[in-house]
Write a protein that binds this ligand. Sequence first.
Ligand SMILES: Cc1cc2nc3c(=O)[nH]c(=O)nc-3n(C[C@H](O)[C@H](O)[C@H](O)COP(=O)(O)OP(=O)(O)OC[C@H]3O[C@@H](n4cnc5c(N)ncnc54)[C@H](O)[C@@H]3O)c2cc1C
Length: 683
Amino acid sequence: AVIDKDEFVTVEDNPYQNVNEIANPDVESARNERILWPYVAESTTKPENEENKTDEKDIKDVKPREKRFLHWSYPQSPIVDMMMQTMSVNYSPNVAGDPFDFLRDSYQLPEGKMLEEYDYIIVGAGTSGSVLAARLTEGKPKATVLLLEAGKPEMLLSDIPALAPYIKLTHYVWPYTMEHQPGVCLGSEEQRCYSPQGKAVGGSSVVNDMIYSRGRPQDWDRIAADGNYGWSYDEILPYYKKSERCELRKYKNATYSGRDGELTVENVPFRTGLVEAFLAAGRLHGNPTIDYNAPDQLGFGYVQTTQNRGHRLSAAKAFLHPHKRRKNLHILTDAKVTKVVIEPQTKRAYAVEYLKNHIKHTARCRREIILAAGSVGSPQLLMLSGIGPKEKLDVLGIPVISDLRVGKSLYDHIAFPGIVFKLNSNNASLQELKVATLPNLMQWLQFGDGLMTTPGLVEAVGFIKTSHSDGQLPDVELLNLGGSIVSDNGGAFRKSLKISDKTYVTAFSGLHGCDTWSAVPILLHPKSKGYLELRDNNPFSHPKLYGNYFTDPQDMETMKEAVKYVIKLGESEPFKKYGAQLYLPPYPNCQNHGPGSDLYWECAIRTMVVSLHHHVGACKMGPPNDPEAIVDPELRVYGVDGLRVVDLSVLPHTISGHMTAPALMIGEKAADMIKKIWSNVVV
Ligand SMILES: Cc1cc2nc3c(=O)[nH]c(=O)nc-3n(C[C@H](O)[C@H](O)[C@H](O)COP(=O)(O)OP(=O)(O)OC[C@H]3O[C@@H](n4cnc5c(N)ncnc54)[C@H](O)[C@@H]3O)c2cc1C
């Protein structure tokens, strides 16, 4: 590959990019001798017809090259890879004195210094921000971009999928605790729901569970029908495809999948046999085993993840790493933006103030400032900068630039991880003591597969419609786990959900050491609406988050129906070989209700409900006649020039799935809209 010295290095130029696809007999034979002790994934139930075939046969049928690829050999050492990234020639330790800094990835200013002014300033190098920065700095004429991120770069440990629950306990998250709401999260610490967000280069994609899902076409068509031109499924599909490099075993050639993008989407190399039981139970109850991202079908399917050969592939790894040497992309980490500076007369945004190493700086911008600070960070910054509800800003003494209803709508996905089946078998489910072993770690390091690749226990997902669904969209998603909340004996899994010691020990410690299975129902479209507001005018205070979960009674009815559905699956034939028996946890606050009764389940749900940290709506997108809209369908903030919001906070309501893929898609689409507007400007 020829690299023009004046140019930045691109993925295409990188000679190592395709190294994993080169046959390596030594690695192949070594891998063939691998031991997947003690779990061997086994297919329990044979599909009945062609439609419902699982992937196993298809793996045998794939062509030799693809088959080799399925082995995911990993000849590059990730440790060496990490050292190469951190110990770069111009590496300088963080002056704030972080003892682990030398283990972290690093981003250097290409010429060692900042520019006086940038074409674009992006706040937040998260999921949307990373892809946006990559796209705005590619091609010609070259635009200059400053990307400011409050968090730190990743390190090797964040690459290990099985450590996802642990990463959520580190400083790679903003540990947002929601305001107390009577009657919900009764089993959480301080009886407050917990809803962290990622704080890292890569944002929430560094701490999430890596599940890749896009939502249903009707989700996007509904958003477009509300007056948001350009957001129908057909219009956004090209942006999903643009980011994606689909490596799914069976569906990689689907017309709706992308092949040449930067973000690898793959199945998890390791599975327990329980996933086959879940899929078979689903089929028994009318849910075909499918690609759950297929636009035309609803059903259950193996989980698809944002992993690359068994390694977490964050938005930063996919979109920023390959472009570290771009001279026109400046990335500042540990840089917390405190305000967007807006000219009060012209209402034009022209600079941001940020703090790095306790020193206040101002960065100026020629064209646009783009907030990609996430569902909590972006509305917070808007309000701190004078864009928000006048009555609230007046109280806090913040001069009002644009009186908009920022934060007034907040929707979230909520889930109930409390349906647990005890299994009468050994080594059927994942248990931390057996997963966290040196051989498993070595296997992951060497081959990128094995038990360390399991993403927070999730092995499959399913979408269903309860009797409360609007008929168009599924209203519940089921996360099938290769274990349950007890799989690490009350360790990181439940701590990352902030379930209190008292609740956990009373309800679940009786299951320690047992094999278990669980499926977690998620409410995809809760009717209850929350809100968010500034606590005070200090940019370092966490905003107040009000979930208002279950304030619409239909949400509880939907969740109870979903619980019964999971129980039906667990009690069906495919789980019989595991001797699966429903376990009814004796929650300390539910003792007055007969175990298994309707009142018991309502109490259990109110005790164990958790936020999935998928907040949307605080910077709602909408047409000019929508009184609640903060940004227009091109994501420009109403009433201010040169300011956009590009992240999940712009979505008007929840979508039927997880949020990483939509966040990336929003970044892709925004980049196109921004480039189009500025395409006639000569630099
Ligand atoms: C624990 C967890 C698990 C999840 N699991 C999944 C999953 O399995 N699958 C899935 O699809 N989705 C999952 N999600 C949701 C999904 O990852 C996020 O919703 C999505 O990545 C958000 O993208 P974003 O670009 O809107 O924000 P983020 O990716 O959160 O990026 C925002 C960035 O802005 C930075 N920032 C904020 N304020 C400032 C400031 N003032 N100055 C500078 N920088 C700032 C933040 O530090 C952060 O890096 C999960 C989320 C969490 C938190």
